[in-house]
Design a protein around this ligand. Structure first.
Ligand code: DX5
Ligand code: ZN
Length: 231
């Protein structure tokens, strides 16, 4: 199946900043989504946590569907759940355009990635700080996106772990150029430049946007910082 257009466009648009919707106002999602769209968001990153794979619990399909109803932008869904293969079709039906599973949480990574593509979504694999990149390299051909966690998955607002930079560099050598390398956790004005320099294409940002008063200003500064390095 051909790679979906939205993904090809966003891949070419790198560096791309994806706001993480962990800290938005869930009672007024529409307002936060519109504010983020006018601030420059090109896609949204949704963090699904099940209280099993990670100790935290966030939301599931109904909230993904609610966000879907508020925006036409692509939804990049990061599943921090045990055995995510059980719910792929549900998240796709709820409106996920890209689905990322954790290598540590699936039984058969290659098969799971193929299932995601089979649903018409792009397939991503995420690795926690203690999981080496070469552990997932054998699945590279079946994966559209590699998510390098720069914090232990589970909570927003943690500090960036610089060990992620070496993993990003390694990913750029082990994965084909058409595979997007995404970094998530503690990405802010101080850390985004190093991630871009190491070879990351897409940047997930929570607190450094949603924790700011002016989303547009935060977006502009972060983009400028990432752009400076990549150009
Ligand atoms: C952490 C999540 C991240 C997180 C990012 O498990 O995957 O997407 O919300 O938030 P910040 O940017 O605050 O670290
Ligand atoms: Zn995430």
């Amino acid at each position: 199946m051909a790679t979906p257009d939205w993904f090809v466009q966003l891949r070419h648009a790198a560096p791309v900043i994806l706001p993480s919707m962990l800290q938005c106002d869930f009672a007024d999602l529409r307002t936060d989504i519109k504010r983020l769209e006018s601030a420059g968001a090109k896609a949204f990153h949704l963090d699904v946590m099940d209280g099993q794979f990670v100790p935290n619990f966030t939301y599931g399909m109904p909230i993904v569907a609610a966000i879907r109803a508020c925006t036409k932008l692509p939804l990049d869904v990061h599943l921090m759940i045990d055995r995510p293969e059980r719910y792929l079709a549900n998240f796709r039906a709820a409106g996920a355009d890209g689905i990322t599973v954790h290598a540590e949480a699936v039984e058969n990574l290659t098969k799971t990635l193929a299932e995601i593509r089979g649903l018409g979504a792009t397939a991503g694999v995420a690795i926690n700080p203690d999981t080496p990149v070469d552990l997932v390299a054998s699945s590279a051909a079946g994966c559209d996106l590699l998510l390098i966690m720069s914090v232990q998955a589970g909570f927003g607002g943690q500090s960036f772990r610089p060990q992620a930079l070496e993993k990003i560099r390694q990913a750029r050598t082990l994965f084909p150029p058409e595979c997007v390398v995404q970094v998530d956790g503690g990405v802010n004005l101080q850390t985004i430049g190093c991630c871009a320099e190491a070879g990351a294409n897409w940047f997930v940002v929570g607190s450094a946007i949603l924790g700011q008063v002016d989303y547009a200003e935060a977006f502009a500064k972060l983009s400028a910082q990432a752009q400076k390095i990549i150009e």
